[in-house]
Ligand binder design. Structure first.
Ligand SMILES: [Zn+2]
Length: 331
């Protein structure tokens, strides 16, 4: 049995697990908040505490760990194993800081990967991509990320940036995206985009059960309000009309983007995951229903749009899988 430590280091939460990379079993997991507003020191302390908790819960010691993989919300230079860009994290974490923090707790040197690449690898090995060498993976949460699997391998493109479908243009004169571009899918169909439009409507006087969470809605502050995917699910279940409308709009935009992928790339399978898809089944089923209607008839014919299987664990399982493969390749 190969015990590999998998870490998912995001702007909101840090998830750490001990993964058996032979079976994909998550033997233990520990979750902490990143609390980026308290600075990088707190985030690193939370990371180390989560590593210790995960080891203890799996009843293994630091020595039983054969490899360590970290999926990070940012760009990673894989040749140097350095974090080069991370807009949603404190900039003190760039370089090897996170790798070194983990090194205090376990013996094997950690390898860093982009979080979407890690989550897709998790789904490919043990989730909804298992047994399907060709599929496109799309994760919807704070942003929208994607990955392409071809013949069982990730397709990276000429500059290792393939799969960035959150930045597909769906409205030439549209909303400004977090990347600075205009009219990108992510500015319409990500959770943060939907939260922004919900807050704007509330400010205009629309009623919503979310007033309990955000008494003074300010759409410009959408990134910092406590409306996560679970809160949207709660509001939807409570019959909140505004939230249902916005989820419908988001699903329409996402389906339009995915239909473009279907027409252009003709994949047999799309795996949809991420916090919003995981928490709000309604959003998934609306999107899955709309994609074949928006796409051309022939490529839509045999297309399967399925939900990611590993949920919250796709990132830690995938980071562990990739780290295990890397360890084997360099051994
Ligand atoms: Zn963009």
């Amino acid at each position: 049995m190969a015990n590999v430590l998998g870490i998912d280091f995001g702007g909101t939460k840090i998830l750490v697990g001990v993964i058996d990379t032979d079976s994909g079993e998550v033997r233990s997991s520990a979750k902490k908040r990143t609390v980026v507003e308290h600075g990088h020191g707190v985030a690193l302390a939370h990371l180390q505490a989560a590593v210790r908790e995960a080891l203890e819960a799996a009843n293994v010691t630091a020595r039983d760990i054969s490899a360590v993989g970290i999926g990070i919300a940012g760009q990673v230079d894989s040749t140097k194993n350095e974090l080069t860009r991370a807009p949603n994290l404190p900039q003190e974490l760039l370089g090897k800081v996170i790798v070194e923090a983990v090194q205090h707790e376990v013996e094997p040197a950690a390898t860093m990967f982009n979080d979407v690449a890690a989550a897709a690898a998790g789904e490919a090995a043990f989730g909804a991509g298992r047994g399907h060498p060709d599929f496109v993976c799309v994760f919807v949460g704070t942003g929208i990320g994607g990955a392409i699997y071809r013949n069982g391998e990730p397709y990276l493109g000429a500059t290792n940036t393939a799969g960035e479908l959150g930045h597909m243009v769906i409205d030439f004169n549209g909303r400004i995206c977090g990347c600075g571009g205009r009219g990108h899918l992510e500015a319409y169909a990500s959770r943060s985009a939907m939260v922004r439009t919900i807050l704007a409507a509330m400010k205009q006087g629309r009623k919503s059960t979310l007033f309990e969470l955000v008494p003074n809605p300010n759409p410009d502050d959408a990134a910092h309000v406590p409306i996560r995917s679970k809160a949207l699910k709660g509001a939807l279940d409570a019959g909140d009309e505004l939230v249902r409308e916005m989820l419908d709009d988001g699903a329409r935009f996402l389906a339009a983007g995915l239909a473009s992928i279907v027409n252009f790339y003709n994949p047999p399978r799309i795996v949809l995951g991420g916090g919003l898809v995981d928490a709000v089944d309604y959003f998934f089923s609306r999107t899955a229903e709309l994609v074949p209607r928006e796409a051309l008839r022939v490529p839509a014919g045999d297309l399967k749009v399925v939900k990611a299987k590993l949920g919250d664990f796709s990132g830690i399982v995938g980071a562990a899988v990739l780290a295990g493969q890397r360890a084997l390749a360099t051994a």
